[in-house]
Design a protein. Structure first.
Length: 94
């Protein structure tokens, strides 16, 4: 029932050139408020990593944000609630 990460770009610091990851739903996502966080596990030796987040629903962009992760963002525990808050958006009932 939740979104699925389609590809983990640069996993294990193997630079794949793709520079994109998508969380997708196989069916319409449930109505509610969604919080999107960017969790930079490693910067792979770089001092910073820029990111862009877009939420697209039914082909239309409903929210967008961009930012930069710094080395300090990689030090904390990983898992639910970790990372930097990128954006929030609402999905209305059908």
């Amino acid at each position: 029932s939740g979104g699925i990460l389609d590809f983990d770009s640069n996993a294990g610091c193997v630079i794949d050139g793709r520079r994109a990851e998508n969380v997708v739903w196989q069916a319409a996502p449930p109505a509610g408020t969604y919080l999107v966080r960017v969790n930079t596990t490693s910067l792979c030796g770089a001092s910073a990593a820029r990111w862009n987040v877009r939420a697209i629903l039914a082909g239309a962009e409903i929210a967008a944000s961009q930012g930069t992760s710094l080395t300090g963002d990689t030090r904390f525990s990983k898992g639910p609630g970790s990372g930097v808050q990128a954006l929030t958006f609402d999905v209305s009932p059908p």
